[in-house]
Design a protein around this ligand. Structure first.
Ligand SMILES: NC(=O)c1ccc[n+]([C@@H]2O[C@H](COP(=O)([O-])OP(=O)(O)OC[C@H]3O[C@@H](n4cnc5c(N)ncnc54)[C@H](O)[C@@H]3O)[C@@H](O)[C@H]2O)c1
Length: 358
């Protein structure tokens, strides 16, 4: 079976989808729409072009409408596609508010159409490697998880800088980073309910939207997860972003850097709770023991295999789920929970208080 896709929005992500889906057995892109005719000029051969998304939605040669238009367009396009009886795959963030998502889900249920969201970063190899370590429980009792993404050139672009178009980094990247953390905690034997959300969110250089946030999620099991993102970490680097994971447990620490990491490591100590003795290190701040180098042989590094996952795996699941062989990986209640966390983040940043969650 080949599933016929129509893509609405042929900007940055619409082009990525066209390229990716061209390589997927089981999906054929039959139509693409964009309100900006220039964006249709390079649409691939054999694919129908529409300026008006409504006409693409009505096209009998489209089974699934993949919505890759600006964030503020998702609600109306999802409802229009549902009313036309089309299945829907919507880009993240699925909606700008929980009430919008409720309306979208109600329409999808009423017209009995499939509805899921492109949270493909559940397949990022950096995240999946960190998740595999967390799932294995080999770090003992985990007390903290830290994940960060930093940009060093101060860039934000296009409609992402306008509030009324669903701009800002919480909607853009926060939705992925929170989804990864909640999904990992939900799926894993070491996971659990989210008790409190505490956050800082700022507009450092933009006029309307957030370009920095730090989010602390305290889970019922005692784990504190920190998610930090900054677009304005100006620095003279030879690369333009940094992506980090750190997981701390009482039997070791896990570190990983980069979206496509070459290396991931668990570091353990062979001399837990033994006194370091008289050895001291002279540092610029004076003599130190706790923060000096360990004696030879005390720290042991374990290389961790990097997960071999890729974004195409998202569509493999989509194809299998479409014909009922699997479940859709991304479920609407999960995306609603992410939106609820985003609301709690805003509320905490506004009031300076921790927000009780579940
Ligand atoms: N999953 C991911 O990793 C990922 C990455 C980037 C963007 N996105 C998402 O994809 C969506 C698009 O983002 P982008 O960066 O490609 O933006 P973009 O501005 O590059 O492209 C959006 C396109 O949609 C078109 N458009 C707007 N309203 C339309 C309508 N009603 N009908 C038809 N076309 C319309 C615009 O003309 C534009 O060409 C956003 O929701 C964004 O969050 C997801």
């Amino acid at each position: 079976m080949v599933i016929k896709f129509g893509i609405v929005g042929h900007g940055f992500m619409g082009h990525e989808h066209e390229k990716m889906l061209a390589k997927m057995d089981g999906i054929q892109v039959t139509a693409i729409s964009d309100i900006d005719g220039k964006q249709l000029e390079d649409v691939g051969g054999g694919i129908k072009r529409y300026i008006n998304a409504g006409e693409l939605i009505k096209d009998p040669n489209v089974q699934v409408v993949l919505i890759a238009a600006n964030n503020d367009q998702h609600k109306k396009l999802v409802i229009e596609a549902a009313e036309a009886g089309k299945d829907i795959l919507c880009e993240k963030p699925v909606a700008l508010s929980i009430s919008d998502l409720d309306e979208m889900e109600t329409a999808c249920k009423k017209y009995n159409v499939k509805f899921t969201v492109h949270q493909q970063r559940r397949f990022d190899p950096d995240f999946r490697t960190a998740k595999s370590v967390f799932d294995s429980q080999s770090l003992g009792d985990v007390y903290m998880i830290k994940t960060g993404l930093y940009g060093f050139n101060g860039n934000m672009h296009d409609w992402h800088v306008f509030k009324d178009q669903g701009g800002g980094m919480l909607y853009d990247w926060g939705v992925h980073l929170i989804d990864q953390m909640l999904w990992m905690m939900n799926e894993s034997p070491g996971g659990g309910k989210l008790k409190t959300v505490y956050a800082d969110m700022r507009t450092i250089i933009n006029k309307e939207v957030d370009d920095y946030f730090k989010i602390l999620l305290r889970f019922e099991n005692g784990i504190m997860a920190e998610i930090e993102l900054g677009t304005y970490y100006l620095s003279n680097k030879d690369h333009w972003y940094e992506r980090h994971w750190f997981i701390g447990g009482n039997k070791g620490s896990f570190t990983l850097d980069g979206f496509f990491p070459e290396k991931a490591t668990i570091t353990r100590t062979t001399r837990l709770l033994t006194n370091p003795g008289k050895g001291r290190t002279m540092s610029a701040a004076g003599p130190t023991r706790s923060f000096g180098p360990p004696p030879d042989g005390v720290l042991v590094n374990e290389d961790i295999a990097i997960a071999n996952t890729k974004h195409a795996d998202y569509f493999k699941n989509y194809i299998a789920a479409y014909s009922g062989k699997e479940e859709f990986l991304v479920k609407i209640p999960e995306t609603r929970r992410v939106l609820r966390v985003m609301d709690a983040v805003r509320e905490s940043a506004r009031t300076g208080m921790a927000i009780q969650f579940e």
